[in-house]
Design a protein around this ligand. Structure first.
Ligand code: SF4
Length: 461
């Protein structure tokens, strides 16, 4: 039976006012779309209605209040944003039932209010943000010290197990200047780590002809390498370089160009490449992009240029038609590839995917057995790679600081550059300074390791 997918909550939008307000509405909707919401063209179909108000003139205020009244009468679940949000008292006095009032340009606050009013249900088949980030109310907005930076929506491929292109459409890249401005604002307001996400990061800009835009007086192309270089040039207010992590990178030839940026320290030496399999016949059946034989050679070359590069990937076992020989090929390939982080999934048919009608389904017990074998293999590789880090001093970003124990010692949890939040391992610090805060980047002497995590202590300077 095909897996049923959760339906996206629907947001209605009434946008009043000047062109700037319209741009705000578009930004809010883009952000909500990236978070898995769909749009409703009418009041009745919406789970929540956003009214983006104008407060410039008295007549505009009256128009805004009338629009709020109409939305409440027609739908009842209303969030007010925009210029008139600065007069929250006026709105609340007249319409005590509004769910939230936020001011102009308060994108995070309005998106958070929508998440509260209509939490989206995450699906591992549709969403880029890791599942562990979900709490019972839906997507947990990321802590201030790391942020996801979505660069495009949709996908031009047709992988047999995936329905993203049907649901989200063809690749639609954001303008490079808009992405860079967003990144700049995030870094200025406390983000220490940017996680670049899309369905296919290597394809960024293909749909818009890599159109250049002016950014601080220089033309920058809508291309992954230009994007990576510009993001690598950002600085936090204290002068530190934020970590910049690339996710969902397919190994197209131009990916080679970002590896030197990692070696130079502009980009975090980490690539998330969803290989999904290694056997050529399974990859063909999956209709995977960038499915080429020389990947192992390229991994070797990347490691020569940037020895610390961490490669993360995910794999599907039990895809229809996968034979024992295909699976063994994958295990042997993993021995060669020595990937740092691996997630594995048992194939499940997703409603609407073309893979559902492929012959030679793999029996459930065979899937389970293969899953156990790949997990065992990748855990052993990970354990050996982490053991090799014992004795080294590595930069670690702090995620959480604990409470003092009975001796007054404070522990903390962080991540090395090889660990993306939520999906990879952690670095456990046995003692940190009481002034340590999430987002701090500290130097840590690695003292111990297990299959997935590292343990160590801050090096005092
Ligand atoms: S590349 Fe394949 S798996 Fe990824 S979103 Fe596109 S169709 Fe889906």
């Amino acid at each position: 039976m095909a897996l049923e997918l959760p339906s996206a909550p629907k947001v209605g939008m009434v946008s009043l006012g000047c062109p700037k307000a319209l741009v705000d509405s578009e930004r809010i909707l883009t952000r909500l779309r990236a978070d898995g919401y769909s749009m409703s063209a009418d009041y009745q179909g919406a789970d929540v209605v956003l009214v983006n108000t104008c407060g410039f003139l008295d007549s505009a205020k009256e128009e805004s209040l009338a629009a709020i009244g109409e939305a409440i009468a027609e739908n009842g679940r209303v969030i007010v944003t925009g210029c008139m949000g600065n007069e929250a008292e006026v709105i609340r006095t007249r319409f005590p039932q509004v769910l939230a009032v936020t001011g102009a340009h308060q994108y995070e606050a309005v998106v958070e209010a929508v998440h509260q009013a209509a939490p989206p249900e995450l699906s591992p088949y549709l969403d880029l943000i890791p599942q562990a980030a979900a709490d019972e109310r839906g997507i947990k907005l990321t802590p201030r010290h790391y942020s996801y930076l979505k660069i495009s929506e949709g996908c031009n491929h047709a992988c047999a197990f995936c329905i993203i292109p049907q649901l989200r459409g063809k690749l639609a890249s954001r303008r490079i200047d808009a992405i860079l401005r967003e990144a700049e604002k995030l870094v200025a307001s406390g983000t220490r780590e940017l996680l670049v996400i899309s369905q296919d990061t290597s394809a960024y800009g293909v749909d818009i002809g890599h159109e250049p835009r002016d950014f601080h007086g220089t033309p920058v192309r809508a291309h992954m390498t230009d994007l990576a270089r510009e993001l690598g040039g950002l600085r936090a207010p204290d002068g530190q370089r934020p970590w910049v992590r690339l996710h969902y990178v397919y190994p197209y030839p131009h990916v080679d160009a970002v590896i030197p940026l990692m070696a130079e320290g502009l980009l975090t030496p980490y690539l998330d490449i969803p290989f999904q399999h290694a056997s050529p016949s399974v990859l063909r059946a999956m209709k995977r992009p960038a499915n080429e034989a020389k990947v192992l050679d390229r991994l070797r070359k990347w490691r020569e240029i940037c020895p610390d590069i961490a490669i993360r990937s995910s794999f599907v076992v039990g895809f229809p038609g996968e034979t024992e020989a295909d699976f063994q090929y994958l295990l042997d390939w993993l021995d060669e590839a020595q990937l740092d982080r691996v997630g594995a999934f048992r194939f499940e048919p997703v409603e609407g995917a073309t893979a559902n009608v492929l012959p030679d389904a793999v029996p459930e017990e065979v899937k389970e057995e293969r899953y156990a074998r790949i997990m065992e293999k990748t855990a052993a590789i990970s354990a050996a790679k982490l053991a090799a880090k014992v004795g080294r001093v590595l930069p670690v970003i702090i995620d959480e600081v604990g409470e003092p124990d009975e001796d007054g010692d404070i522990g903390a949890t962080g991540r090395s550059q090889a660990d993306a939040p939520e999906i990879d391992g952690a670095v456990y610090l046995r003692q940190v300074d009481s002034s340590t805060a999430p987002g701090d980047i500290v130097e840590v002497l690695i003292e111990d390791a297990d299959a997935h995590d590292l343990y160590g202590a801050v090096v005092t300077t």
